[in-house]
Ligand binder design. Structure first.
Ligand code: PLP
Length: 442
């Protein structure tokens, strides 16, 4: 088979692919057939190193037998059980295990099935909390430019990526955005957290002055925006945002769908930055990407604020058929065991320096205008071609795939975040393929 050739029995018409240029893809498909450890194998038998942990989710690497065994056992024992007014022990066990590794105080867990659902759930909990606290005028939700919070109407509305919003005119009402923190002029090629820009958190004051604090329920940010190209926050920025939220009675939501479960070398970004939000959204790494699942970690303040009213009254009119799905819980418990046994929630800390130095070696290559890193996340930003933003990034992604490296493209940025089992030799291999491809595509 030649490169990209797929079995000629495979029809590609019916599957409407998500976040993909369908016609372009189907003209020259890139297909994975299997995966093990740090690598995918393509349908034509080539090994491709996984530079993005799938979609930032396969934190313990691919093909983990322990998870497969737990899933199979659970399927045979209790394939499904409702969580509406009924329970099954594994859901309670999993919530306790998550609470045990949660940032201090965020130990009340609401289960969902994806990052998007976690975000919409957190936004709804924030609104319900404010109402229960006698602050019913606090209905406004704030996001941040260049934020990605999934694709539900809530997440889309607080999100700050124009292409994800413009076709879907009717967003949630009452949403506004603080400015993003990416400052190429002042912070290009920063190592770890950029020095400039803590004061950008004060943009929250602008919206408070514009709308009135008493109208604002919550602000949601990714501690490190991932999908818009890995944007580490300026030093002191998140601390300042926390202070301002406290000052104005606004709930702070961290969207840790990417940064959760060890990505920065700490269990959660909240631990890395020493900033505790009121609510934290997670998904992806919660089951190592094997079974769809998400969870919202809630502070006692928020949770207990809703545990009011008569004991026989439902406290939150919200949930999903598959909330706390037993098979997802089984996958999640096995995943947490692996994280614990292999020290993966903190392993990134010991690899981060090597990762940073390797990525920054690409400085000086043609059209590289910025390199960013924090924990085991990184990005290489290329100058956009005139009148064709994203074209250079796309060509680079295809070139790398052809030469054995997969990563997530974000416009003209390469966003890399390997499985947390990554070894130095893998980092060398990724950076070498990337460097050669940058020279070719430039
Ligand atoms: C920060 C963040 N929030 C939410 C989501 C949405 O997650 P999902 O695709 O599981 O709905 C993502 C997905 O990449 C994400 O990066």
């Amino acid at each position: 088979m030649t490169l990209h050739q797929i079995p000629n029995t495979l029809q590609t018409d019916a599957f409407w692919m998500p976040f993909t240029a369908n016609r372009q893809f189907k003209a020259a498909p890139r297909m994975f057939a299997s995966a093990e450890g740090m690598h995918y194998t393509t349908v034509d038998g080539r090994k491709v190193i996984d530079g993005s942990a799938g979609l930032w989710c396969v934190n313990a690497g691919h093909g983990r037998r322990q998870i497969a065994a737990a899933v199979e056992k659970q399927l045979m024992n209790l394939d499904f059980a409702p969580s509406f007014n009924m329970g099954h022990p594994i859901a309670f066990d999993f919530a306790e295990r998550l609470a045990a590794i949660a940032p201090k105080g965020l130990d009340r867990i609401f289960f969902t099935n994806s990052g998007s659902e976690s975000v919409d759930t957190a936004l709804k909990i924030a609104l319900a909390y404010q109402r229960a606290a006698g602050q019913a005028t606090r209905t406004r939700l704030l996001g941040r430019e260049r934020g990605y919070h999934g694709v539900g109407f809530g997440g889309m509305s607080v999100g700050g990526m124009v292409n994800n919003r413009r076709a879907f005119a009717t967003h949630l009402p009452g949403v506004d955005h603080i400015g993003h923190t990416y400052d190429l002029a002042r912070n290009a090629f920063s190592k770890d957290l950029p020095a400039h820009g803590a004061e950008l958190a004060d943009d929250l004051e602008r919206l408070v002055n514009l709308h009135g604090a008493e109208t604002i329920a919550a602000v949601i940010v990714e501690p490190v925006p991932g999908s818009t190209g890995v944007l580490p926050p300026p030093q002191g920025y998140l601390q300042r945002l926390r202070q301002l939220c406290d000052k104005h009675g606004i709930l702070l939501i961290f969207d840790e769908v990417i940064t959760g479960f060890g990505r920065l070398g700490t269990p959660f970004a909240a631990d890395y930055f020493g900033v505790t939000p009121d609510l934290m959204t997670t998904a992806k790494g919660i089951t190592n990407g094997t079974v769809p699942m998400g969870a919202v970690f809630c502070s006692r303040k928020v949770h207990d604020g809703l545990m009011v009213g008569p004991e026989n009254a439902m406290e939150l009119f919200h949930g999903y058929t598959y909330s706390a799905h037993p098979v997802a819980c089984a996958a999640g418990l096995a995943t947490l065991d692996i994280y614990k046994d292999e020290g993966l929630l903190t392993r990134g800390a010991s690899m981060a320096e090597y990762w940073r130095d390797a990525l920054h070696q690409l400085k000086g290559l043609p059209n590289v205008i910025d390199i960013r890193n924090v924990g085991l996340m990184g990005a290489v930003e290329l100058a956009p071609r005139k009148d064709a933003p994203g074209a250079r990034g796309y060509e680079l992604m295809v070139d790398c795939f052809n030469r054995g490296l997969y990563f997530r493209q974000s416009g003209d940025a390469v966003a890399v975040s390997p499985p947390l089992i990554v070894e130095r030799s893998h980092i060398d291999e990724m950076v070498s393929i990337l460097g050669d491809a940058i020279k070719r595509v430039a």
